[in-house]
Design a binder for this molecule. Sequence first.
Ligand SMILES: Cc1cc2nc3c(=O)[nH]c(=O)nc-3n(C[C@H](O)[C@H](O)[C@H](O)COP(=O)(O)OP(=O)(O)OC[C@H]3O[C@@H](n4cnc5c(N)ncnc54)[C@H](O)[C@@H]3O)c2cc1C
Length: 477
Amino acid sequence: VADLPLDPDPATAQPLPAFQGLLLQDAADMAPFLVDWRRQWQGRAIAVAQPETAEAVATLVRHCAHHRIPMVPQGGNTGLAGGSVPDNSGRAVVLSLARMHRIRAIDAANNTLTAEAGCTLQAVQDAAAAEGRLFPLSLASQGSCTIGGNLATNAGGTGVLRYGNARELCLGLEVVTADGRIWNGLRGLRKDNTGLNLRDLFIGAEGTLGIITAAVVKLFPRPAGTAVAMAAIASPEAALRLLGHAQAVLGPALTAFELLGRFSLELVLQHFPGEADPLSQPSPWYVLLEVSDWRDACLADSALAHCLEMAFGESIVTDAALAQSLAQAAAFWRLREYVSDAQAREGPSVKHDISVPISCIPGFIAQATPALAADIPGMRVAAFGHVGDGNLHFNVMLPRIGDYGDLQRRANRVVHDLVAAYHGSISAEHGLGVLRADEAARFKSPVEIDMLCALRAALDPHGIMNPGKGISAQHRY
Ligand SMILES: Cc1cc2nc3c(=O)[nH]c(=O)nc-3n(C[C@H](O)[C@H](O)[C@H](O)COP(=O)(O)OP(=O)(O)OC[C@H]3O[C@@H](n4cnc5c(N)ncnc54)[C@H](O)[C@@H]3O)c2cc1C
């Protein structure tokens, strides 16, 4: 196993020429690929492979299948659930898609773009923009995360309200299967009912069923202009009223609706001293709204101003500031995007990425906060997120005393049990990886776990595709 580069490809009996120079085995070279973004998980590997073509991926996979070597696909390594790094056994190969970064085609008339898996999300957005189109998936990690990783995690972000998550933006995939064959499913079709759509199996599978090597994604017309505002509201109930009002007044022009608690904002102001309080008086809650217009850049501003004036008249918002320039709009977005970093600088926290029906958000927050305070005295809740999608990052800042593992278990139990009571999800957009696999299994029925395991066994009979991540046979009842 250790002489991976020299072993022949079982299909061709040839050595692995495609990997010459692209296999890292030196500890220092491999190090960045063996630890996750937040430095929570650190693993070991035989090698890090960086193939440049789907054929080279297939060669490596055949080789690993033959030798039963586990593989960990990796894109930008920005995942927040520990799915992209190997375990500590030192038996795995990390398969980095980072060198597969060509935009293969853009069909402007069909509004589609074909990108290799290792293209960063930013590169896909830029390529779409160069053709006068919009690729609307938008995450704070877009400079580093890859389209392959976005699809493998079914990423969400700030554009879901209007455009859907990564799954809804994907029309076709190219996948290397666990036995090292290439499935070309790169179809740019919006309608294709020729049986089960295999594409959907690989989206959100976190690399447990096969390796995504390329994708066809949907493009949209670029808005002529966007307007951004920060609105102060008294409560999560008011956020819901504002959402209903904004959707009624603005229709599909409402392209983002993000909730921010005062404590989350204060963390940003404290740890990023260059940022400014958006309004003159503090408010317990804020909503960042973004509106797009496809006709005229100025119309977005007037539509959002009109919407907020009406909301003020109906006492839904208590104050609001409409960004007066692109710089101010960017500053409002930074207040939202810096929350995770500000929390990390503040100290240890337990992160939750939950979703409940949108109508249940106020009830969830009202019940979860006191329940956590009763179980973990001294904790502070930093709640923020894509509330227009029912998705909250309900993070619990921990007191400085106490065992982290114990506090994490207690916080998870309170939050996730309540999520289950609201028929919600304990992972709205980050996936399961190693972080949430056991917790997710707590809430899945035996029949659901059996079906998931049957799929895994059918597509990966040797159990070499990202083992230990997501729901697997060990979770069977
Ligand atoms: C600052 C910051 C902000 C973020 N904001 C958001 C957000 O708003 N919404 C959101 O959903 N996520 C967010 N994330 C999480 C992360 O960026 C996403 O999960 C992203 O989709 C991961 O892409 P990646 O290329 O980095 O994948 P990686 O981290 O490399 O991998 C993630 C998972 O996908 C698998 N994988 C990767 N590439 C492939 C492939 N080609 N084929 C098969 N499997 C593969 C890996 O094995 C792993 O299980 C954020 C992360 C950071 C650091």
